[in-house]
Design a protein around this ligand. Structure first.
Ligand code: XUL
Ligand code: MN
Length: 346
């Protein structure tokens, strides 16, 4: 396989998923955390991303002291294996308190739960040695427009960001936008929204974003353009590469699986803009197909990485001069074919 030494790769425990979907149960056995860590090492990945309850299972039933104790044990375990915790994210979409949203719930008690849990996530991140907290705002949105006031929800989101920033002066918040699922309409559907709300926070320099390919595609946007836009602000702090076949449920397909050219263009802008040079990771937020047999349960990860590495080679060997000549001549017809021929290897 081609080597791209500039990049560091990472994945989360949820990416070793078992095949459950809304219409049927698991198709593969659940694996322990130790098994997942060993698999990650075997794959040659460098980091692991965590939800707060990936780091400390059953977090809501444990005292703050117990949570920190378990986080410290995890840190030791990760250090021993030479694996970096890339980020920690509060899982604000499982608990009964977050049924009507978390930071934008209509119930003030539940909003408080969401902010307190997020502060605890920050404490866990500190123990795990990362300054990056990811916010996928899963239930911040509506099923029906009349149930919430969008202007008020924006203010509540800013309040929550400010409370997190004040809790720890070193932490950075990366908002991971997604336009829908589980909500009909999410409040922060795109990178433009994420960066705009960052500007309303008390310390905008510590609020950035994370782009997931599938989420951009679900918003009808080109992930490569989203990456370029975020990089123009110096705010792309993490990346979830995967793929998505149009406007369907969130598919989390292997990188490049649905549209190799869209994947190529993402890699091309990462190369052009120097993503990773400040230590940012390339994460694959991919899931195995439900049909995957247990003995093939890591292939979505190794395949995504292989595709990424090969596309890095394609980006580095792209006939830039010939392309620029065609651009100057406004000959986009042949530019189109140049790209296709390059991808097809002719
Ligand atoms: C959901 C999603 C999450 C986040 C982390 O679509 O991508 O797994 O990446 O909370
Ligand atoms: Mn993601």
């Amino acid at each position: 396989m081609a080597k791209s030494p500039r990049y560091r790769f990472c994945v989360g425990p949820w990416n070793f998923s078992e095949g459950r979907d809304p219409y049927g149960p698991e198709t593969r056995p659940a694996q322990s955390f130790d098994w997942k860590l060993a698999a990650l090492k075997e794959l040659g990945f460098d980091g692991m991303m965590f939800h707060d309850d990936d780091a400390v299972p059953e977090i809501d039933s444990k005292s703050p002291a117990q949570v920190l104790k378990e986080a410290k044990e995890l840190r030791k375990r990760l250090d021993g294996e030479g694996i970096k915790a890339e980020m920690v994210a509060p899982r604000l979409w499982f608990h009964p308190n977050t049924i009507d949203g978390a930071y934008t719930s209509n119930d003030p008690k539940q909003r408080r739960y969401a902010v307190d849990r997020s502060k605890q996530t920050i404490d866990i991140a500190r123990v795990l040695g990362t300054d990056l907290v990811v916010l996928w705002l899963a239930r911040e949105g509506t099923y029906l427009r009349e149930s919430k006031d969008g202007r008020r929800s924006t203010d509540l989101l800013v309040e929550a960001l400010d409370a997190m920033l004040a809790h720890d002066k070193r932490i950075r918040l990366a908002i991971e936008p997604k336009p829908n699922e589980p909500m009909d309409h999410a409040y922060i559907p795109t990178i433009g929204h994420a960066l705009a709300i960052a500007g309303l926070a008390k310390d905008p320099s510590r609020v950035g974003c994370l782009i997931e390919s599938a989420h951009a595609i679900l918003a009808g946007l080109d992930p490569a353009d989203e990456i370029d836009f975020a990089m123009a602000f110096g705010k792309l702090w993490s990346l979830h590469l995967n793929d998505q076949n149009g406007l369907k449920f969130d598919q989390d397909k292997p990188f490049g699986s649905a549209n190799l050219r869209v994947a190529f263009n993402q890699v091309r802008v990462l190369e052009r803009t120097g993503y990773g040079k400040n230590g940012e990771f390339v994460c694959f937020d991919v899931h195995p197909f439900r049909t995957t047999k247990p003995e093939h349960a890591l292939k979505h990860l190794s395949n995504s990485r292989e595709t990424f590495e090969r596309l890095v080679e394609k980006a580095r060997s792209f006939p830039e001069k010939a392309a620029q000549k065609l651009v100057a001549d406004r000959n986009y017809q042949d530019l189109d074919q140049l790209v296709l021929n390059h991808l097809m290897g002719t």
